[in-house]
Each structure stands twice: as structure tokens, then as C-alpha cells.
Design a protein around this ligand. Structure first.
Ligand code: NAD
Length: 421
């Protein structure tokens, strides 16, 4: 029998939410499939003069609530299934936060660490040349994701401006500040998760200080470690693709960040007494109060979920816990703050960037933080209340919350556009 796809896993969550709402089956039919996925081969010139091709995608999953929105991932393991699933999650994430967007996602199947900077720029520009007709500030708005960053968004925005003949900063978010990027976008994903944990701390019965383990030490992982450590919480373990480092007395986040900034793994900081190096796969079982998956999908699964000792999981990564692992964690009374809520700070500040680009008037970092905090707390509280009222997990409650908004929008469009769009 064929293995379940990632999208099959994601759709399990939709089924679970549907059981708690009185939803027209036509709405579910619309949300079960991506609206359009375009797959191309990008051909670029390498520094040695040879030509090399890379598979690339852009998926617009659903645009009922507005232009599709979602990051571009550069990863050697990207597939059609992964891109479509990430776009499905974006659809629900934007609805959870009540942003006027649908869900999309893009990817290039490449290991960017094996490209020179010039090759990376050519690849980023080739992506926009291929997808310029699909994206647009009112149609589909990309942003950074795994192994892409503001520098890449800057090249992409520049390429788009050259194609359409004028600057169009709202076409892409996560840009450098100099090109119309928003203050506060860099740490927005982690900051949203941080506001959420802080807001629900009392309801969740969290102790202070907490012992925290962070899986994945990129944009999301580094910033959450920094924000929590600044509040006095202890970062007892972190990992990246090469391994994990643990210290019960707490790790120095500044040293870990310095190692990453210099292209080294977090395990290179393990020289001091009390530090232990572990295989990356052992991070989820580290003794801690809060586990933060901030790497890739499917990292907590039925074979390792039993080893989780944390009582709270903050999903900064997209899809880090499989449906089977969800059941094991729930049975062990582990609360999960689900991805479509927990990591939605990134797309929310991306939305702020798009708003600022369109109005040509820019906000202070304080305004950004205040607006983000207000939305995170309001939507987090609403989902907490649904979870308590219906006696369901925070994940199912988040899907119920989003699905209600999506169903209203699908129905409001009327049947004509419903079946032809
Ligand atoms: P990133 O590329 O900056 O960092 C990814 C990190 O994961 C790297 O440190 C990498 O070494 C590590 N990693 C890879 N494989 C690993 C493994 N097997 N074990 C441990 N670590 C591993 O990416 P990011 O932007 O921080 O994104 C991380 C996750 O957060 C992804 O799931 C992404 O979709 C999600 N996310 C990111 C944003 C954002 O704004 N950056 C927004 C929402 C969701």
C-alpha cells in the first residue's frame, strides 16, 4: 500500500475539525485540493560555465480570503507534496490570524549551501522569471522560508521590478529594510510564539523559569532561544542538522548564535564542562519543560513521541508533529500549541510589511510589536476558549477557528465563483 502523503496527514486535521462544525460538504471539497500548482525547471549558469537545472514550484492552494501568501523554501528534499501541504497550512494559518490572504507556497529543490553567492542570486532571479505571471501584490505574495532569507527576497523583488518596469515592493515580503522591508520581520515568527506562550502561561500552569529545548537553530530557533533566555528561562539543549548540544545548567545563546553566524554547527560550542553532544535525533527526548520544534516537518513521530518529556510543545516549525504522534502526546497530557497559530507571527508581520508597502508609510518597531502581540493574544485566547468549550486539543480548536472563517468566505462568494474559481 502506498505510504500516506504529507497532505494526507494534513487533511486528517481538517477532518477532525469538520466533526466539530456544521460545515457544508462543498466547502470541504474545495479545501481538500490545491487550486493550482505550477512546476518548472530552472536552468542557471554555474560559476564554472556549466549549466544546471533545478525543479521549482509555486502552489496557490486557496485564494478565497485574498491573494495567496507563503514562503519560498530552498531544500534538496522539496517535493510537490511538501509544497502543496505547506500551502494548505498557510491557508489555515492566514485564516487563524484573520489576515486578508489565502495560502500559497513555493520551493526550489536545491541545497543552497552548495551554491556560490553568485549562483544563488542567479537561481533566485530565475525563480522570479519563471513565476512572474503567477505572483503579484494582489495575486500571490512570496516570503522567506527554510534556507531563504532577506537577501534572497531582495534579489527577487529587484528581478520582479525589472520585469514589470517599476518598483513593486508589496510583491514579496521579508525584504531587506533598504528595499521596503518591515522592522520586526526578522524575529517575528519566534516573537509571535513567545507572546503566545507568555499570554497563556497561567492557563497552562507553566513554571518560571522554564527549561527549554529548541530543535533547529535557524531563524525561528535562534530568536525563540534569545527571547526566552532574556526572560530568564534556561535553554538546556539546541540542535541543528549536524547534532545537538545539551547543558543542564543552561547554554549561552550568544555563543550559539555566533557559531551559526560563522557557519559552524551548534555542536562546535560544546567545549565547556557540563556540555554534552548528542545525535540530532535525541533532542526531542531531552528533559525539559518546553520543547520547541523549529526545524522541519515530521520530526516528532510515532517512534519518538513516547520519549518527549516536555509538558508543552511550541510548534515554530510547520508540521513537526505527525497525527500519530499527536495522539501519543495527548495521551501523555502534553499540550501542543499548533503551527498554524504558534508560528503565525511571521506571516502576520509579513502582512504588516505588505500594508506598509502599499500605503508608503512605515511603522516603528514598537508599533509592529504591539500590533503583533494584540493579534497573537486575541487569536490565541479565542482558540484556547474553543479548546476548553469543546474539550478538544489546541490543534483541532485552531482548525475549527480557521475553518469557520474559510467556510464563511467560501459561502459569501456565492455558488458561481465557488465552482468556477
Ligand atoms: P532556517 O533555514 O533558518 O533554519 C532551519 C534550521 O533547522 C537550521 O538550523 C538547520 O540546521 C536545522 N535543521 C535541519 N534539519 C535538522 C534536523 N534533522 N535536526 C535538527 N535541526 C535541523 O529555517 P527557519 O526559517 O528557521 O524555519 C524553520 C521552520 O520554521 C520551518 O518549518 C519553517 O517552515 C518554519 N517557519 C519559519 C518561518 C519564518 O519566518 N522563518 C515562519 C513560519 C514557519
Amino acid at each position: 500500500m502506498a505510504e500516506d502523503s504529507l497532505l494526507d496527514h494534513a487533511l486528517v486535521r481538517l477532518d477532525e475539525a469538520t466533526a466539530h462544525l456544521n460545515i457544508d460538504p462543498d466547502v470541504i471539497e474545495k479545501l481538500k485540493f490545491p487550486r493550482e500548482t505550477t512546476k518548472v525547471r530552472l536552468m542557471i549558469r554555474m560559476d564554472d560555465g556549466s549549466r544546471k537545472s533545478f525543479l521549482a514550484w509555486r502552489c496557490r492552494y486557496d485564494d478565497t480570503r485574498g491573494p495567496t501568501k507563503g514562503g519560498i523554501r530552498f531544500h534538496p528534499d522539496s517535493t510537490d507534496d511538501e509544497v502543496e501541504t505547506l500551502a494548505f497550512w498557510m491557508t489555515f494559518k492566514c485564516a487563524v490570524m484573520n489576515l486578508p490572504y489565502g495560502g500559497g507556497k513555493g520551493a526550489v529543490q536545491v541545497d543552497p549551501r552548495k551554491l556560490s553567492k553568485a549562483e544563488l542570486e542567479r537561481l533566485s532571479r530565475a525563480y522570479i522569471q519563471a513565476f512572474a505571471r503567477i505572483i503579484g501584490p494582489d495575486r500571490d505574495i512570496p516570503a522567506p522560508d527554510v534556507y531563504t532569507n532577506s537577501m534572497i527576497m531582495g534579489w527577487m523583488a529587484d528581478e520582479y521590478a525589472q520585469i514589470v518596469g517599476h518598483a513593486e515592493p508589496a510583491v514579496i515580503t521579508g525584504k531587506p529594510i533598504a528595499l521596503g522591508g518591515s522592522l520586526g520581520r526578522g524575529d517575528a515568527t519566534a516573537r509571535g510564539g513567545y507572546y503566545l506562550v507568555r499570554h497563556l502561561a497561567e492557563d497552562l500552569g507553566l513554571g518560571n523559569p522554564m527549561r527549554v529545548a529548541v530543535q533547529g537553530f535557524g531563524n525561528a530557533g535562534q530568536h525563540i532561544a534569545q527571547l526566552l533566555a532574556a526572560d530568564g528561562h534556561k535553554i538546556v539543549a539546541v540542535s541543528d542538522s549536524e547534532g545537538a548540544v545539551r547543558a543542564d545548567a543552561g547554554l549561552r545563546v550568544d555563543l550559539l548564535m555566533e557559531a551559526k553566524a560563522n557557519g559552524r554547527s551548534v555542536i562546535s560550542t560544546a567545549g565547556q564542562a557540563g556540555h554534552e553532544i548528542l545525535p540530532a535525533s535525541e533532542l526531542v527526548g531531552v528533559d525539559c519543560d518546553l520543547l520547541v520544534p523549529a526545524a522541519l516537518e515530521n520530526m516528532i513521530h510515532e517512534r519518538n513521541a513516547h520519549s518527549v518529556k516536555a509538558k508543552l510543545v511550541l510548534e515554530l516549525a510547520n508540521g513537526p508533529v505527525t497525527p500519530e504522534a499527536d495522539k501519543i502526546l495527548a495521551a501523555n497530557d502534553v499540550v501542543i500549541l499548533p503551527d498554524i497559530l504558534a508560528n503565525a507571527g511571521g506571516v502576520t508581520v509579513s502582512y504588516f510589511e505588505w500594508v506598509q508597502n502599499r500605503q508608503g508609510f512605515y511603522w516603528t518597531v514598537r508599533e509592529i510589536h504591539e500590533r503583533l502581540q494584540a493579534i497573537m493574544e486575541a487569536e490565541g485566547r479565542a482558540i484556547w476558549n474553543i479548546s476548553k468549550e469543546k474539550g478538544i486539543t489546541m490543534r483541532t480548536a485552531a482548525y475549527v477557528h480557521a475553518l469557520g472563517r474559510l467556510a464563511d468566505a467560501i459561502e459569501a462568494h456565492g455558488t458561481q465563483s465557488f465552482f468556477t474559481s
